[in-house]
Design a protein around this ligand. Structure first.
Ligand code: GLA
Length: 782
């Protein structure tokens, strides 16, 4: 039983963490401790002392002048009673006054998770995995009630929180902000780490040392956004990937979010997370309730990787849909970058056949299959198959794909409409736009008004119809613009728009995919513009970014990996030079990066030579052989030994194998020695480390090829070009043995190319080079 409520004291213990709080003399919830697991003992020693009166503070009650809400570590706070820090609630209470003061009246402990009632997604756990504490509070002056929930996941070392406000008064109240939860932590010299960016540069890590005042991580675009992922970390001073206290926070929500961290007077750090109050306003009539989405938190003393591991386990075990928990994800080919809108059935089938022959398991038909969708100016909203492109219909085409032995997947963008579409002509009032205001388009499209139940019903019916008429086993659900002029004629209060949109979307997703649990849903929003835990409750993977350049992906997937496991990240091998960065990267590196995610290919295979196709065949075979490790193993980032190098690794759930990636984004002349450290292996067991063989193409070396070939050839001549199609060099393959402890200390690798001479034990990484190492336990009996 992880929750121990001893009188008005609460001890929420997971396997590795403890979260303690208690009810203060005046009924407030006083936070006492969040950190590595404690064996028990009295709370008093840990609790913050208030033995002196502090100047410039407001006394809550004249009976104790040392008791000021402004300097107490709290689990919840209001405004108006002397706490001037950022408040999780701002509401015009039923008496018209903005002050609120919630005090404990009771609590209940329940087995398992307890989800919200209003259609918000939430994490799920059975009674053997978690228990839930609900604490009831009341604002005595008005009778407004607040229910706070903590669900404690023992093995995952994650605690979730949410808040429900109930108007128990006889007149209305208006919520202007209601976060999911807050906590005040003693400052440990925290750095706030956020994951920010934009289109094709999502989730880049940014660190800022907390300075006094508010640091905010927020979105106002209508979705969780590629600008600022809702998840963030607080790392104590000096924390590294593997050491130091790190707190992690994230939100199970896909709309506007607000993460607020305030370094306040007297070294307390307030952390609050929930729906953004931007344009938010919601009135509650007497008896009505408002539920905030669930937030998640963790802490680890094993550094940034420690916090990430907790989140990874939690997401794989308690967030993604049950039918996809630990279920292998297929290797796919996506038609988008191969053909864009310009395809015929013949072209697609040729691509699918070629992909199937390479080992690809799922063919995904992307944008362009319906309505008048020949470019991005028309057709969104009309999900009737374009028979000019697919004369046998979707059903016929899907069957041709499944007859090849592949799964068939389809792209949709249901939340959007083009003005040039039958849907818009029939229902212009279904688009988000306001009378008397200019229409604002993004990618030539308008957003459909998902706050409107008629629109929701239409989407449920039209997408379900398509899914049932063809043999579809995968859906890519896209959303390619932000919301602007948020307005719906069906809402009485426009301050509800953004949240009502999300509730509408969640209803639509639940109604479509709930009854079809075996369809693999990959969500997308111009890449990773909605990469969040809310979407992951419906679809277990998200298209991480439209940017598939592997060097960029090191930052994108690396950033996402702090918060989300590899099993959630769609990662494709595409063409080089890359379409967004013009960077030419080796096929091996494109694969080596994508292998640390859910692997796919997104390029026109017919343009590849025999050797490249053979290399892809080998990549896919390798990925399938190690799929369980790559998708569900323990992923860690390694502290880089030098700039321009990145190390990732993943250890199999049973600890018998690991895959490590060594990536170099820029070469340096005559570099120092490189080491391969593999952490998290059993220190006693013995392992063999071997480089995964990969190809080096002759054309990469131009004139330098004379150093490795016995004959002198013109680098631009026909002979070398022809030879390059047939011959390749094999990259340096290394092999070592040692205990898990030895590998944790670091194996020193063969030299990189040092500027002269070459032999087959020289690692030819150059710019953008990389290698994968396979680490396998040596079975002594053989
Ligand atoms: C978005 C997606 C892409 C692709 C296109 C199709 O940009 O992120 O992967 O599906 O839409 O229009």
């Amino acid at each position: 039983m992880p929750i121990n409520a001893d009188g008005p004291q609460f001890r929420l213990d997971t396997d590795a963490t403890s979260y303690w709080f208690r009810v203060s003399a005046f009924g407030h919830l006083e936070h006492v401790y969040y950190g590595p697991r404690l064996p028990g003992g009295p709370m008093e020693a840990l609790a913050l002392k208030h033995t002196a009166t502090i100047g410039s503070t407001i006394a809550y009650d004249q009976s104790d002048l040392t008791y000021s809400l402004d300097v107490l570590p709290l689990e919840w706070s209001g405004s108006g009673y002397g706490d001037y820090r950022f408040a999780p609630i701002e509401a015009r209470m039923p008496d018209g006054i903005f002050a609120s003061d919630f005090a404990y009246v009771g609590h209940e402990i329940m087995p398992g998770s307890v989800g919200p009632q209003d259609g918000l997604p939430s994490a799920q756990g059975d009674p053997d995995a978690c228990s839930t504490l609900r604490v009831d509070l009341v604002d005595e002056a008005t009778g407004v009630r607040l229910e706070l929930f903590w669900t404690v996941y023992d093995r995952a070392d994650v605690i979730t929180r949410r808040a429900v406000l109930i108007n128990g008064a006889t007149s209305s109240l208006t919520i202007r902000r209601l976060l999911s939860g807050m906590v005040d932590l003693p400052d440990r010299g925290f750095t706030m780490i956020t994951f920010d960016g934009g289109w094709i540069k999502e989730a880049h890590r940014h660190d800022r040392v907390l300075a006094p005042g508010l640091s905010v991580n927020a979105s106002t675009t209508g979705s969780s956004s590629n600008r600022h992922n809702p998840g963030f970390l607080l790392a104590e001073r000096g924390a590294t990937e593997d050491a130091g206290w790190v707190y992690g926070f994230n939100l199970i929500y896909s709309g506007n979010h607000l993460g607020a961290v305030e370094l306040a007077n007297h070294d307390l750090v307030r952390v609050g997370l929930g729906i953004n109050d931007h344009c938010f306003e919601q009135t509650l009539a007497p008896g009505e309730r408002f539920e905030a989405p669930e937030m998640i938190m963790t802490v680890s003393d094993a550094g940034l990787n420690g916090a990430s591991h907790h989140f990874h386990d939690f997401i794989n075990d308690h967030v993604v849909p049950r039918a996809w928990r630990h279920r292998p994800r297929p290797v796919l080919i996506n038609s988008w970058e191969a053909t864009f809108f310009d395809f015929t059935q013949k072209k697609l089938l040729a691509l699918a056949r070629q992909a199937r022959d390479l080992g690809v398991e799922l063919f995904v038909l992307d944008d362009g299959w319906f309505g008048k969708r020949d470019d991005d100016t028309a057709g969104l909203g009309d999900y009737d198959v374009n028979r000019k492109k697919l004369p046998n219909g979707l059903d016929g085409f899907g069957k041709q794909i499944t007859d090849l032995g592949m799964g068939f997947g389809l792209w949709f963008e249901p939340e959007m409409v083009n003005e040039d579409s039958a849907l818009f002509r029939a229902h212009p009032e279904w688009a988000v736009r306001a009378p008397g205001r200019r229409d604002t388009l993004g990618r030539n499209q308008l957003v459909l008004d998902l706050t409107n139940p008629d629109v929701q019903d239409y989407l449920i019916a039209s997408v379900s119809r398509v899914l049932d008429e063809a043999p579809i086993s995968y859906v890519k659900w896209d959303m390619n613009r932000h919301i602007s002029v948020a307005y719906s004629p069906t809402l009485t209060e426009q301050g509800r728009f953004y949240h009502a949109y999300m509730l509408g979307l969640y209803r639509v997703l639940g109604a479509i995919f709930g009854p079809r649990p075996d369809i693999l849903l990959e969500t997308c929003s111009s890449g990773g513009n909605r990469f969040d835990l809310g979407m992951l409750c419906y679809g277990p993977q998200v298209w991480s970014s439209d940017d598939t350049d592997p060097v960029e992906r090191l930052a994108i997937q690396g950033g996402l990996s702090y918060l989300y496991p590899p099993s959630c990240m769609g990662a494709h091998v595409s063409a080089a030079p890359h379409q967004q960065t013009l960077r030419p990267t080796p096929l091996s590196t494109r694969f080596n990066v994508a292998a640390f995610g859910v692997l796919g290919y997104e390029l026109d295979l017919k343009n590849l030579g025999r050797l490249q196709l053979q290399e892809i065949r080998e990549q896919i075979a390798f990925y399938k052989e190690h799929r369980d490790t790559l998708q569900f193993g323990r992923f860690s980032r390694l502290d880089a030994r030098r700039p321009h190098q990145v190390g990732w690794q993943v250890v199999a759930p049973d600890g018998r194998e690991a895959i490590a990636g060594f990536f170099q984004t820029l070469a340096t002349a005559s570099p120092g020695y490189d080491a391969l450290r593999v952490v998290g292996l059993d220190p006693q067991r013995r392992y063999r480390v071997a480089t995964r063989p990969q190809y080096l193409y002759l054309d990469r070396f131009g004139e330098l090829i004379k150093h490795v070939l016995p004959v002198d050839l013109d680098p631009d001549g026909v002979v070398l070009r022809t030879a390059g199609k047939v011959y390749k060099l094999t990259d340096c393959v290394e092999c070592y043995e040692g205990s898990g402890a030895l590998l944790g200390a670091g194996v020193l690798l063969d030299n990189q190319f040092m500027g002269s001479n070459y032999n087959d034990q020289t690692r030819l990484l150059g710019d953008f080079g990389s290698s994968l190492y396979v680490i396998q336990e040596i079975d002594d009996e053989h």
